[in-house]
Ligand binder design. Structure first.
Ligand code: UP5
Ligand code: MG
Length: 193
């Protein structure tokens, strides 16, 4: 069987990671966060991409797809599983084209979850996480402004692209995680997953 993927998109702090971990507990999906895979690669001794990844993350810019897609593909293979939540990817046209080039015959896209949350609330959440000691070099106001710019300019067009293909499931993510998850479950149950 061809592996199946769900892309999970939304602004920085919209709650992608939080909801993906809830989904992976209740459904047979492996959670792969593109951001987490990049942060791991940045820390890997001997990685030739460490510095480039750190600079991109701090500036809210997007890492070239060759790096991200290969990390995702390797993690998919290593898991030995067949269903994946791909959290925070694809974020721009380079990501989309690169995925289609390399992965379109290796995985089937089921749908795209789009978490909608106001920019103020997203900012508050990320700053709160930074203040609580996330250690993320992009949980500060300066990086957040850049992350939001990139999100609006580069990621929204990708969501619109999938919208035109009828693949987007919009879910408001401003309520507490358990409330948001109720609507997430409706989507997964509705899709027979
Ligand atoms: N929280 C979550 N849900 C809540 C709720 N319903 N109510 C109240 N609080 C809630 O949540 C963020 C914070 O909010 C947490 O403290 C959480 O407890 C709380 P989280 O679930 O982590 O939200 P998420 O949407 O995952 O936010 P994240 O900050 O991870 O989003 P980003 O999209 O900015 O981060 P990501 O790790 O995906 O990417 C980081 C950077 O990596 C990018 O800016 C880019 O530079 C690089 N990148 C690439 O280059 N390419 C990629 O493909 C992916 C990333
Ligand atoms: Mg995340």
């Amino acid at each position: 069987m061809l592996p199946e993927v769900v892309f999970v998109l939304g602004a920085p702090g919209a709650g992608k990671g939080t909801q993906c971990s809830l989904i992976s507990k209740e459904y047979d999906f492996v959670h792969l966060s593109a951001g987490d895979l990049l942060r791991e690669e940045r820390q890997r001794p001997g990685s030739e991409y460490g510095e480039m990844i750190e600079e991109k993350i701090r500036n809210g810019e997007i890492v070239p797809v060759e790096v991200t897609c290969s990390l995702i593909h390797k993690a998919m293979q290593k898991s030995g599983k067949l269903r994946f939540l791909i959290d925070g990817f694809p974020r721009n046209k380079d990501n989309l084209d690169g995925w289609n080039r390399v992965m379109s015959d290796k995985a089937k896209l089921l749908f795209v979850i789009f978490f909608e949350c106001s920019p103020d609330l997203c900012t508050e959440r990320c700053l709160g996480r930074g203040a609580a000691g996330s250690g993320r070099s992009d949980d500060n106001l300066e990086s957040l402004k850049k992350r939001f710019n990139t999100y609006l300019n580069d990621t929204m067009p990708i969501i619109e692209h999938y919208e035109q293909l009828g693949l987007v499931k919009r879910i408001n993510s401003e309520a507490v995680p358990e409330e948001v998850f109720k609507n997430v479950k409706k989507v997964f149950n509705g899709a027979g997953l």
